[in-house]
Design a protein around this ligand. Structure first.
Ligand SMILES: NC(=O)c1ccc[n+]([C@@H]2O[C@H](COP(=O)([O-])OP(=O)(O)OC[C@H]3O[C@@H](n4cnc5c(N)ncnc54)[C@H](O)[C@@H]3O)[C@@H](O)[C@H]2O)c1
Length: 442
């Protein structure tokens, strides 16, 4: 689970729980958790979950969901899985003991899984480019959602997310996102103290995801261009959004959370420096400055560069000190204060929070937050790709779609056909407004 890397202050108990519960390899063969007497007496709903995209995270999130249901005391099971590739879909059988006819594959697999009787909980963990279509389908069918970040790769995808999020709200559906720091006790408590004035007024923020090292590449697998791209989805903007969106969204999200807002413009730089001749379109480093509407700036750095200094963290500068929102406050002229409240593994806690909201009927819809942070990262990416200053409203309202039209309208109708690749973006030439690149068709 690549996003696991983080400089967090997760308590020891949580870490142990995480190791025990979050790896697919350690998955329990039983796909159901049962709490007969007490819970049934309270007439709680049984959660019938589907996993859409059962790769590393989809499998881990399935375990986290079952663990969370146990904690809340709700009957829960995974009733079907969907993946584009049959061998991946079979992981539902191997790891969750599902019958093979409940392990659906193909572009329309998500619809077949959602059609299973009683489905009321979906775990969305396919590549981000498909998230808007998958999320919209869940909302249309009245299903509660846990969805991984990021939730789109461009403005049109984000607009689908905002609209579906509002529809989920109208329908009383609960939605949690995989920006797990928002469910991590040390972050929650430190940010509360920042809001309460522990470091005075915020004057600047910094977000780092440097340097995870080179990103994985699964080799040249598949018979068609499209198949090859989906196997190596990280390397294609229409599927992944590039790593400023795919990974760094976590740190950007923490800054937006602290600011209770999103930036309104961005400018920056970056390059495809070490990926060299490897197939794909993405870059391997970005440095972007974001400006919030109150004038505060957030400096963002992310890279996938070999053998360089590494930090996955955020920092806040205030008029009376600084803070590391993962759990450290440094009041000016005073001793640093470590913030280490007891808390669960956030990957389990995010499902606990979602399940409790479903059971108790309380408010939980993280669609807007995660879409705001996704769009923030997209704005930063476009600023760096183009070399121009980019405005929030322009990105939000942009009509340029990185993916083929069907991804936005009905991805279940896609077929394995010939497919085009974009050239890696070049500043001064790339401009989705004035000089839109030609996009793939299927
Ligand atoms: N919150 C976190 O810490 C965290 C950690 C890891 C990954 N993630 C996120 O989870 C998502 C998946 O990442 P991963 O590491 O599991 O990748 P992965 O490649 O291991 O898994 C993705 C799966 O989706 C399948 N897939 C592709 N297109 C599909 C489609 N149209 N319909 C159904 N299935 C499809 C793939 O075959 C694969 O099995 C990404 O959005 C990633 O950012 C989040």
């Amino acid at each position: 689970m690549k996003d696991q890397q983080a400089t967090t202050t997760t308590p020891a108990v949580s870490r142990r729980q995480f190791l025990k519960t979050s790896s697919l390899a350690a998955a329990t063969a039983a796909a159901a958790v049962s709490f007969p007497a007490v819970v049934r007496a309270q007439a709680r709903p049984t959660l019938n979950a589907v996993i859409i995209g059962i790769g590393g995270r989809g499998g881990g999130a399935g375990n986290d969901f079952l663990e969370a249901a146990k904690i809340v005391g709700v009957e829960a099971r995974i009733v079907a899985v969907a993946d584009i590739f049959p061998d991946q879909a079979r992981r539902g059988h191997q790891h969750f003991g599902l019958p093979e006819d409940k392990c659906f594959s193909g572009f329309d697999a998500y619809l077949k899984a959602l059609e299973q009787p009683g489905v009321n909980y979906a775990i969305l963990a396919a590549p981000p480019g498909f998230r808007p279509a998958h999320f919209k389908a869940c909302v249309e069918r009245g299903v509660h959602v846990f969805m991984e970040k990021p939730v789109a790769v461009d403005g049109p995808g984000c607009r689908i997310m905002y609209a579906a999020g509002e529809e989920a709200q109208r329908k009383g559906l609960k939605v949690a996102a995989g920006t797990q720091r928002r469910h991590q006790a040390s972050y929650i408590e430190t940010i509360k103290r920042i809001w309460d004035g522990a470091i005075g007024d915020i004057t600047a923020l910094r977000a780092y995801w440097v340097n995870g090292g080179p990103i994985w590449h699964r080799g040249d697998r598949g018979n068609t261009d499209l198949e090859k791209q989906i196997h190596n989805w990280y390397h294609y903007i229409w599927l992944c959004g590039d790593h400023i969106v795919e990974q760094h969204v976590h740190n950007i999200d923490v800054c937006n959370w602290i600011m209770k807002d999103h930036p309104i413009r961005a400018w920056g730089m970056g390059a495809r420096q070490q990926l060299g001749d490897k197939s794909g379109e993405i870059w391997d480093n970005f440095a972007v400055e974001f400006e919030y509407r109150n004038g505060v700036r957030m400096h963002s750095y992310c890279g996938q560069i070999k053998r360089s200094w590494a930090s996955v963290s955020e920092a806040v500068v205030g008029t009376r000190g600084t803070a590391d929102p993962a759990g450290l406050i440094r009041p000016a002229g005073d001793k640093p204060i470590r913030v280490r409240p007891e808390g669960r593994n956030p990957y389990v806690q995010e499902h606990v929070d979602l399940i409790e909201a479903i059971v108790k009927g309380t408010e939980l819809n993280e669609t807007k937050n995660v879409t705001d942070s996704t769009l923030t990262a997209i704005m930063g990416r476009e600023a760096a790709y183009s070399g121009a200053a980019v405005q929030w409203d322009d990105i939000l309202n942009s009509n340029f779609k990185y993916g083929p039209e069907l991804v936005y309208t009905d991805c279940s109708k896609m077929t394995w056909g010939p497919f085009r690749t974009l050239k890696p973006p070049m500043p001064g030439i790339h401009d989705i407004f004035k000089n839109p690149p030609s996009v793939p068709t299927v």
